[in-house]
Design a protein around this ligand. Sequence first.
Ligand code: CP
Length: 310
Amino acid sequence: MSSLSVNHLLGIKDLKKEDIGLIFTTADNFKEVINRPIKKVPSLRDTTIANLFFESSTRTKLSFELAEKRLSADVINFSASSSSVKKGETLIDTVNNILAMKVDMVVMRHPNPGAALFLSKHVEANIINGGDGAHEHPTQALLDAYSIREKHGEVKGKKVVIIGDILHSRVALSNIFCLQKLGAEVMVCGPTTLMPKYIESLGVKVEFNLRKALEWCDVANMLRIQLERQDIQYFPSIREYTMLYGLNKEILDSLKKEITVMHPGPINRGVEITSDVADSEHSIILNQVENGVAIRMAVIYLLAGAQSAN
Ligand code: CP
């Protein structure tokens, strides 16, 4: 397989296992490139990419921008908070105005689930979903699985538990799809109130006890409590949540094996994970961030249909 089966990256659900394999082997090449003294390739010299962020972001926004620049693309950045969206301009009008400036590809983060799909049906450019509400965050899942592959040799057969606010997490959903396509066993763990009712239909194990989940897994992916998406109170207090679901050194050291700790960021230190775990040798959190650039270079490169990685 030398090209992706899709023209847009809207979600992991739409990808074949072979697409993910191709993205990973392409990212391997780009990871080598970004560790060279000259970190840039001319592959996308004639491509213009717009990064449209209707929701706040640090990692995804900077990582896409860096990936685009490493590929020599021309880049324009749009932030809804400082745009004419504030004056009532619609999403389609905003994007069509940007595309009138001859943009080839759009990376978009939006608070509404389905926003990237909607855009893909109405505009000519390739669309990459940088996170749409609580739906999908495909490049995060790809970089997470790539980081597991890097640490453990392969994803197939690995036991991965995703812990925390599953209900509001696009990272959880995209990770479930990605890890299952690659042959991992997936468990979710968190309070009953933060577990979607449909979760078992996705073929994952469900565990409400943190220790049991940690004893089962090879990899624990810790999620942030997304208070900004919670319109009601889902648990009595942050303190109680931390006591029941927070990962700390004491519980990690009491396990009879070593596990790998991941987090998509942003971290709420002292809530879902303590600093001594986040910064420990068990953590691959910053490797995830590094791999994010190579994965996004690979996705952009493949969608642009570029011919050579060098
Ligand atoms: N992991 C992630 O999506 O982080 P940002 O919200 O900072 O982009």
